[in-house]
Design a protein around this ligand. Structure first.
Ligand code: ASP
Length: 345
């Protein structure tokens, strides 16, 4: 068994590595090499920690699917050289990126842990040091047989380790900025790191290399239902030629207006061959279109259940599945399956 774990830190940007620009007083990313100087605590681990900056550091509001392809490529290139990967990322779109990587990296045998912070690492009360130190410790953790304890794509934030495709940013201020509303955290960092071993996905074969899927099809739109929504808006999104799939963000257990024009437009989109996926606007709980008459009309029209998936998870899953195949029948069949622990049925 190897004794010294090796970790690759990949810096993409975000508040953790930002500094105030005196010219306009806004936070901007700075050179990553300074982060390691700012977190000397990392030197106390008996791990080899290497780092690299992914192209130029960005505010995660600027993240595009190209970054996910780049991250998947970097992890693939370095997979055999490291025991775990820590990705420093802005919090705004961290749940999207973690969801995407969870689908793109199939059959993981090593941890890929996203983290970041609400306050820059150079600020006295920063949460960045604790988040980073916990993320590195989790990425390096191995069991008695030398296998990774958490071979999954996760978000480590505010002392919680969450499955990446289950987490959501829920606060723009609190240090506990993420929540996994439909699945328990995989670990909690207190005096020690307490893992929920029974909930962690482990590979069927530790020797088999993961599959790195990099093809994505991004022709997905999100339609958030709200009182006062108009036929024009619904038509533009559901029947628009540029979309192959639509995520319908519905109320509660998957309910939407029962007015005829709305149901007719949904049916029109489906008859055009679009995939329409029902995801609840609630932070916790599942879509169940059989519960209310308003939900039933959607399932009868051919809307698919997203179960308890987050919007971020559903978007990533659609990009991934649509990237795998031009067949919407394939996507419709796979989208309702639990692929990476993203839904509970
Ligand atoms: N705007 C920042 C970002 O997502 C916020 C953060 O990192 O917390 O990059």
């Amino acid at each position: 068994m190897k004794t010294k774990s090796s970790i690759l830190l990949i810096y993409t940007g975000g508040t953790i590595g930002m500094k105030i620009d005196p010219s306009d007083q806004t936070l901007k990313p700075f050179d990553f090499s300074q982060i390691l100087e700012e977190v000397p605590e990392l030197g106390k681990f008996a791990y080899r920690i290497d780092s690299l900056t992914c192209d130029s550091a960005i505010d995660s509001a600027d993240v595009e699917p190209g970054l996910w392809q780049r991250l998947a490529g970097l992890i693939e290139e370095n997979y055999d050289r490291y025991d775990g990967f820590v990705i420093l990322h802005g919090t705004d779109t961290m749940a999207y990126s973690a969801s995407a990587l969870s689908f793109m990296l199939e059959g993981l045998t090593k941890p890929v842990i996203f983290t970041g912070s609400q306050l820059p690492v150079g600020v006295a009360r920063t949460d960045g040091k604790e988040n980073l130190v916990s993320a590195v410790e989790i990425a390096a953790a191995r069991d008695g047989e030398g296998h990774a304890i958490v071979p999954e794509v996760c978000i480590c934030f505010g002392n919680l380790l969450m499955r990446g495709n289950r987490a959501k940013k829920i606060s723009s201020e609190d240090f506990r900025a993420f929540r996994s509303g439909n699945f328990p955290p995989l670990a909690e960092a207190g005096i020690s790191i307490r893992y929920r071993f029974q909930d962690i996905i482990r590979p069927a074969d530790w020797e088999r290399k993961p599959v790195f899927h990099k093809k994505l099809d991004t022709r997905v739109s999100i339609l958030k239902i709200h009182p006062g929504i108009t036929p024009q808006v619904v038509r533009n999104i559901v029947c628009g030629p540029e979309t192959r799939a639509v995520i319908l963000e519905t109320y509660g257990s998957g309910n939407a207006p029962s007015r005829q024009w709305f149901i007719d437009l949904i049916k029109e989109g489906i008859s055009m061959g679009k995939i329409i996926l029902n995801i609840t606007q609630c932070i916790a709980g599942s879509v169940d279109m059989d519960l209310y008459a308003t939900g039933k009309k959607l399932s009868e029209a051919g809307v698919l259940s997203g179960y308890d998936c987050t919007t971020e998870g559903a978007l990533a899953k659609l990009f991934f599945l649509m990237g795998m195949s031009e067949s919407n029948a394939f996507v419709a069949r796979e989208i309702v399956r639990n692929l990476r622990g993203e839904i509970t049925k």
